[in-house]
Design a protein around this ligand. Structure first.
Ligand code: ADP
Ligand code: MG
Length: 340
């Protein structure tokens, strides 16, 4: 185990003619870790990844990989591999040719290429598909070819930009696991861009949540879920999102504060015994539980989870309760306040 971070971003800023890409990005990434850059479209995830890859150069700041300052180095000198959403396969080349293309360019000896190809196809479950053209593969298989190509490159750092976006939901789940397993088995460092919080939460050791070109919070998935630093994180992470309640609706909180609570910590109680009264908006049967959406003038995202099939009539007036220990308190600017 090395203790020095493998990848370091120091106060990185990138603009195009005044248009902000990212600003003040500072991040340490340990070797062998899986880091997800998460956030809504346009928040600067791809820009951060492209800066790391050397496809863009920063206006300010420093990028170190494995202790070397590579801030202005060419992409080809950074010793990393990339996997994109658009698999970027050559349609006229076979699976095998696509996978070893980079090795040929680098004049790796034939016997060596063959051995590396076999290993990569084995890892990605593509043995037997060597001679197929990309056009004769499913989306999931094409993405595996792109992964195999990244593996064959043998780099310790792999950057992935929304690699699963083109796959259907079921396949996305399967390939998610494949990528995670690959990363672990090979011990490589992965920086993975996604706008899908469930993808980031299920795959990453560390999640970097971004908004408008700035980092909002860096932490383990459970840290972001259990201790969101601000209301943006609270509402972005988790499905359902954390409900946010204005202080006017709850006695005992300072004016202007916002109180957060998660669905699993809210209970429906008999009328007159709750801390808040709300109206049932909708019931959504999810299989193992039913999600009941609630409305209240001073709250957003209020909902409760009830076990099994447990629909409630739309428009019903109900009381809910929750414990103080499950509340998150944010100040008027949305920042988490110290525990009371
Ligand atoms: P994300 O990947 O999170 O969706 P991007 O990193 O692609 O977001 O973009 C971040 C911001 O930078 C956006 O406002 C985008 O319009 C802007 N941007 C990205 N690339 C360029 C470019 N080449 N020229 C101008 N603006 C850009
Ligand atoms: Mg992007």
């Amino acid at each position: 185990m090395t203790t020095a971070p493998f990848v370091v971003l120091k106060d990185i800023t990138k603009r195009w003619h005044g248009q902000l890409g990212v600003e003040g990005i500072t991040l340490d990434i340990p070797e062998g870790s899986f880091t997800a850059l998460l956030g809504p479209s346009g928040c600067g995830k791809s820009t951060t990844l492209r800066l790391l890859a050397g496809l863009e150069l920063p206006d300010e700041g420093q990028i170190l990989i494995d202790g070397k300052d590579l801030t202005t180095s060419a992409a080809s000198d950074r010793n990393l591999s990339m996997v994109f959403q658009s698999y970027a396969l050559f349609p006229h080349l076979s699976v095998a040719e696509n996978v070893i293309f980079g090795l040929k360019v680098r004049r790796v000896p034939k016997a060596d290429r063959k051995q590396k190809l076999r290993k990569a196809l084995e890892i990605t479950g593509l043995l037997g598909f060597e001679d197929r053209k990309p056009g004769a593969l499913s989306g999931g298989q094409r993405q595996r070819v792109a992964l195999a190509r990244a593996i064959v490159a043998g780099q310790r750092l792999c950057l992935m930009d929304e690699p699963l976006s083109n796959l259907d939901a079921k396949l996305r789940h399967a390939v998610r696991k494949d990528i995670k397993k690959l990363q672990r088995d090979l011990g490589i460092t992965v920086v993975y861009v996604t706008h899908d919080q469930s993808e980031a939460m299920s795959m990453a050791d560390t999640v970097v949540l971004m908004k408008d070109g700035h980092i909002q919070q860096v932490g383990a998935p459970e840290d972001l879920y259990n201790r969101p630093d601000n209301t943006f994180v609270a509402e972005f992470v988790g499905a359902p999102a954390m409900a946010l309640i204005g202080s006017a609706a709850l006695p005992g909180f300072d004016e202007g504060t916002t109180i957060g609570i998660r669905a699993e910590n809210i209970h429906v109680v008999p009328k007159g015994e709750g801390r808040m009264s709300c109206t049932v908006n909708e019931s959504e049967f999810l299989g193992s539980e039913t999600l009941i959406g609630l409305s209240h003038a001073d709250a957003t995202g209020l909902c409760v989870l009830r076990p099994g099939l447990s629909l409630m009539p739309e428009g019903a007036d109900i009381d809910i309760s929750f414990r103080d220990e499950h509340l998150h308190v944010f100040d008027a600017s949305g920042q988490r306040m110290a525990a009371r």
